[in-house]
Design a protein around this ligand. Structure first.
Ligand code: GLC
Length: 552
C-alpha cells in the first residue's frame, strides 16, 4: 500500500464521528409545535429538514427528561422518560426515526453528576433519614461548628452561594449546582449500575450517543478537602497551584471505561462526548483515550481571545494533545452556557464576557461581533476533527443582552442576586419566519423568553437564498467541508503567510487564511477563492475575515 497523502480520500471505514459536524438543539427554544411558548419534540421533528439541508451530520438534544425545570432540564427527575412539556417517548421515537431517514444521527444529553431533588431517589433519601442506604446514593454530611450549623466544607456552588443545603433534620447535602440538583455519590455501586442501565435504555431506542454533562465532576476527592475559592465550571488550579477537589479526579476515567464497554456492545458506532471543562489540553485528552470517550468539548478554543497568537497556540496545543491519544479534536464556539460568539467577539480582545450580559453592562459592537463570528466559524470549520454548531449561530444570532430581570430564569441569576446575569441571553427561541408572531417559533405568539424585534430580518426564511447571508455562508461552508473532507485533514501552517496577526494553514489541498490584522492580505497567487466570510476587497482578504482557497 502506498503512503496516504493529505488529499487522499479517507477510507470509508473511518468512523463517522471523527470529522462530524454536530448541531446542538436546545429543545425549549428550537421549535414549538403545540404553541405553549416552550419548544417540543414534535417541533424539532418538523424542522429536521432544515438541519439536513444545512449539511450537518448529527443532532445533539439538550435534556428532555421529566424535570421541574429549575435548571432548564439539567435537573432530571426520571432518566427513562420524556417531560410532558416536550412530548412523549413516542415523540422521541418519531424524532429519531425521522432523523435517521434524513441521514442525521441523534445524540442525547445525559446528566450523571446530579439528579433533580424531585427524582425518586432523592425523595426516598429524604424520607429514609440519616445513615440510610437511600442517603448513601448522594453526598450527605453533618455540618461543622456548634450544632452543625456550618456547612461541612467551604465548597461553593457553580451557580453562586454555598454548595451545601441543610435539611430540617440537621444534615447537609452537596450540590455543585442549584440546591435542586443534589450530587450523586459515584463511589456507590448502585449509582454505577443505574447509569449503565440508563445508557442501555436509550441505546435500545436507537440513539447514536450521549453528550455527558459535567463529565469532569462525578468523582470528588476523598474526604472532600477544603476548596476556599470562587467556583467555576472550568477546572483549573488556584493561584497557589492547588487543583480543585471536585473536578477532574482520576476516578472518573474508570466510569467512562465501563460506559465504553456498554456502548461497544451495540452496533453502529455509538459515541460518548465529554462536557469536561478541563485544562490544559493534555488533561482533556485523557477523556478520549482509546477505551474511554470519543470526543471532548474543547473549551480552551471557545474561550480563546480574538488574537492570532492565542488562537494558534490553542489549535497547536489541542492537536498535539489529541494526537498523542489518537483521538480527533473537536471545535466549538457557542453553546447554551456561554455568550453567543457573534456577541462575544464584539468586545475588545481579552475582555470578552464569560457569562451573560445585562442591559446595563457594556454592550458588544454588533457589527464587529458578527464579522468576527463569521470569520471564526469559517476558520473553525476547516480545522481537522469534529465541530459543533449551536442552534441559531447559523443565523448569526447575537446574545440577547437586553432581557429584563423579571424574565430571566437561569438559577445563577437568582443565586447571585443578579450579579451573574446568567445564560438566558443565548437561549432565546429561534426565528424561523420573520413576519409571524414569535417569528414562526410556534403557531401562536408565545415564546418563553421574548425575542427582539430586530430578529425578523435574521429568520431562516429571511436569509434563505440570500447571497452573503450568514445562513448561506454556513450552508456553503458545510458543503465544501464535506466535499473536500476538511475534517479529515492534517493541518500545516503556511510559514510564508502566517505571521503577525495573520493565520494561514493548508489542509487537504485547501488554503485557509484568517486575517486579524488591520491590513488586507492579498489572495495568494495561483489560487481561486472557494468561500470567504466577508467580501474580498480588490482580491485581498480584509480585516477580521477568513477565506478558503483552492489551487487555481
Ligand atoms: C452543564 C450544562 C449546564 C448545566 C450544568 C448543570 O454545564 O451544560 O447547562 O446548568 O451542567 O447540569
Amino acid at each position: 500500500m502506498g503512503a496516504v497523502s493529505d488529499t487522499d480520500p479517507t477510507p470509508a471505514a473511518a468512523p463517522w464521528w471523527r470529522d462530524a459536524v454536530i448541531y446542538q438543539v436546545y429543545p425549549r427554544s428550537f421549535a414549538d409545535a403545540d404553541g405553549d411558548g416552550l419548544g417540543d419534540l414534535a417541533g424539532i421533528t418538523a424542522r429536521l429538514p432544515h438541519l439536513a439541508g444545512l449539511g450537518v451530520d448529527a443532532v445533539w438534544l439538550s435534556p428532555v427528561y421529566p424535570s421541574p425545570q429549575r435548571d432548564a432540564g439539567y435537573d432530571v427527575a426520571d432518566y427513562r422518560d420524556v417531560d410532558p412539556v416536550f412530548g412523549t417517548l413516542e415523540d422521541f421515537a418519531a424524532l429519531t426515526a425521522r432523523a435517521h431517514e434524513l441521514g442525521l444521527r441523534v445524540i442525547t444529553d445525559l446528566v450523571p453528576n446530579h439528579t433533580s431533588s424531585e427524582h425518586a431517589w432523592f425523595r426516598q433519601a429524604l424520607a429514609a433519614g440519616p445513615g440510610s442506604p437511600e442517603r448513601a446514593r448522594y453526598v450527605f454530611r453533618e455540618g461543622r461548628g456548634e450544632d452543625g450549623a456550618q456547612p461541612p466544607n467551604s465548597w461553593r456552588s457553580v451557580f453562586g452561594g454555598s454548595a451545601w443545603t441543610r435539611l430540617p433534620d440537621g444534615w447537609w447535602y452537596l450540590h455543585l449546582f442549584d440546591s435542586s440538583q443534589p450530587d450523586l455519590d459515584w463511589s456507590n455501586p448502585q449509582v454505577r449500575e443505574e447509569f449503565e442501565d440508563v445508557l442501555r435504555f436509550w441505546l435500545d431506542r436507537g440513539v447514536d450517543g450521549f453528550r455527558v454533562d459535567v463529565a469532569h465532576g462525578l468523582v470528588k476527592a476523598e474526604g472532600l478537602p477544603e476548596w476556599d475559592h470562587e467556583q467555576a465550571l472550568l477546572d483549573g488550579a488556584s493561584a497557589s497551584g492547588e487543583r480543585p477537589p471536585m473536578w477532574d479526579q482520576e476516578g472518573v476515567h474508570e466510569i467512562y471505561r465501563g460506559w465504553r464497554r456498554v456502548l461497544d456492545a451495540y452496533d453502529g458506532e455509538r459515541v460518548l462526548v465529554a462536557e469536561a471543562w478541563v485544562t490544559p489540553p493534555e488533561r482533556l485528552a485523557r477523556y478520549v483515550r482509546g477505551d474511554e470517550m470519543h470526543q471532548a468539548f474543547n473549551f480552551d478554543f471557545l474561550r480563546a481571545p480574538w488574537l492570532a497568537g492565542e488562537l494558534r497556540r490553542v489549535v497547536d496545543a489541542t492537536l498535539e494533545a489529541h494526537e498523542v491519544v489518537g483521538a480527533p479534536a473537536t471545535w466549538v464556539l457557542s453553546n447554551h452556557d456561554v455568550v453567543r460568539h457573534a456577541s462575544r467577539l464584539g468586545y475588545p480582545a481579552g475582555s470578552e464576557p464569560a457569562s451573560g450580559v445585562g442591559p446595563d453592562d457594556p454592550q458588544p459592537d454588533a457589527e464587529l461581533g458578527l464579522r468576527r463570528a463569521r470569520a471564526a466559524t469559517l476558520f473553525t470549520l476547516a480545522l481537522p476533527g469534529g465541530a459543533y454548531v449551536y442552534q441559531g449561530e447559523e443565523l448569526g444570532l447575537p446574545e440577547v443582552t437586553t432581557l429584563p430581570a423579571e424574565v430571566r430564569q437561569d438559577p445563577s441569576f437568582a443565586r447571585t442576586g443578579g450579579a451573574d446575569r446568567g445564560r438566558d441571553g443565548c437561549r432565546v427561541p429561534i426565528p424561523w419566519e420573520g413576519d409571524r408572531p414569535s417569528y414562526g417559533f410556534g403557531p401562536g405568539g408565545a415564546s418563553w423568553l421574548p425575542q427582539p424585534p430586530e430578529w425578523a430580518r435574521l429568520s431562516v426564511a429571511a436569509q434563505t437564498g440570500v447571497p452573503g447571508s450568514t445562513l448561506e455562508l454556513y450552508r456553503s461552508a458545510l458543503a465544501l467541508r464535506r466535499e473536500h473532507g476538511l475534517g479529515r485533514g492534517t493541518l500545516a501552517w503556511d510559514g510564508g503567510l502566517t505571521g503577525g496577526d495573520v493565520l494561514a494553514f493548508r489542509t487537504r489541498g485547501v488554503l485557509v487564511v484568517l486575517n486579524l490584522s488591520p491590513e488586507p492580505v492579498p489572495a495568494p497567487a495561483g489560487t481561486r477563492l472557494l468561500l470567504a466570510s466577508g467580501e474580498l476587497v480588490g482580491a485581498a482578504v480584509p480585516t477580521d475575515t477568513a477565506a478558503w482557497f483552492a489551487p487555481a
